[in-house]
Design a protein around this ligand. Structure first.
Ligand code: AMP
Length: 277
């Protein structure tokens, strides 16, 4: 597996490769787990040359403490990528991503970026589109792979691609979960043993709401779920049912498919999850 730390070295290598194979790009912030590796596996499965990136993007953290405490496990990440048959990895410092001489235009995300994650993490999605704008321009991939675990991020990236990078083909890969249902996340490693036992309550709560679809009024189910989560030390930031494409909040059960979106805190660790229902 090739390792690149500089944009120009990566650029030269990409030029050599592009004639031979279709390039898939899988951006990550490291602290890799099976969820990330499933994106690499899917890219390889589709016969692509797989390029991952590892960059803890400061612009998408609105909380400096969250950024400071974000797990960093570079040696292990490189080993895991190698085992996953990833072809190359870009591991830039911020100066290789953000060029002080070229401005990244603000991407008009509108409503999509203002609610849920956007309202609790101001500037988060602008940070996400900044880093992707820069990386997409450097790498010019044909395919990109993202996880449905970050449901709203997928919608935002889709908008970025539809508007500014229409030649890129986006793939959205299902959420990988632990055996007990907890969505795999780099942040899970910050939980204590007791926290780790409580955390799967999130998925159970989402599943229970979906099981009760049309049987119990939605607001009642959301209330019960919040209280169930609190019994497991999980403080809900938001728990809502929304229209998948627009993220408009639903007050009642719709006839069409919807998505439950959750964010909350357990032991000071911010966890998110979602479930289509
Ligand atoms: P991150 O390192 O958190 O920025 O995630 C990098 C990519 O991996 C994003 O596209 C995430 O949505 C995806 N990802 C993170 N966790 C999971 C998971 N449990 N299952 C599938 N994809 C995931």
């Amino acid at each position: 597996m090739k390792l690149f730390f500089y944009r120009n070295k990566l650029g030269s290598w990409l030029q050599e490769q592009q004639e031979h194979q279709q390039l898939a790009f899988i951006p990550t912030m490291g602290a890799l787990h099976e969820g990330h590796l499933s994106l690499i596996a899917e890219a390889k499965q589709q016969g692509c040359l797989a390029l991952a990136s590892i960059f803890v993007n400061p612009r998408q953290f609105n909380n400096p403490e969250d950024l400071r405490r974000y797990p960093r496990t570079l040696d292990r990440d490189i080993r895991l990528l190698e085992q996953a048959a990833c072809d190359a990895v870009f591991i830039p410092e911020a100066d290789q991503v953000y060029d002080p001489h070229s401005q990244i235009p603000p991407v008009a995300l509108g409503f999509l970026a203002e609610r849920f994650e956007g309202s609790f993490r101001p500037g988060h999605f602008q940070g996400v589109t900044d880093v992707l704008w820069s990386l997409f321009h450097t790498i010019r991939p044909r395919d990109v792979f993202f996880g449905e675990k970050d449901f709203q991020q997928c919608m935002v990236v889709k908008k970025l691609i539809d508007t500014h990078f229409p030649d890129i083909h986006m793939h959205i890969i299902p959420t990988r979960r632990e055996a007990d249902g907890l969505a795999m996340s780099s942040r899970n490693s910050r939980l204590s043993e007791a926290g780790r036992i409580n955390a799967p309550a999130i998925y159970r709560a989402l599943q229970e709401i979906c099981h009760q679809k049309h049987k119990t009024p939605l607001p009642e189910l959301l209330r019960q779920a919040r209280s169930y989560l609190l019994q497991h030390q999980i403080e809900t930031e938001y728990l809502e049912l929304a229209v998948p494409e627009t993220l408009d909040t639903l007050e009642q059960w719709p006839e069409t498919p919807a998505v439950l979106l959750f964010a909350g805190y357990l032991e000071g660790v911010r966890l998110i999850d979602n479930l289509r229902c």
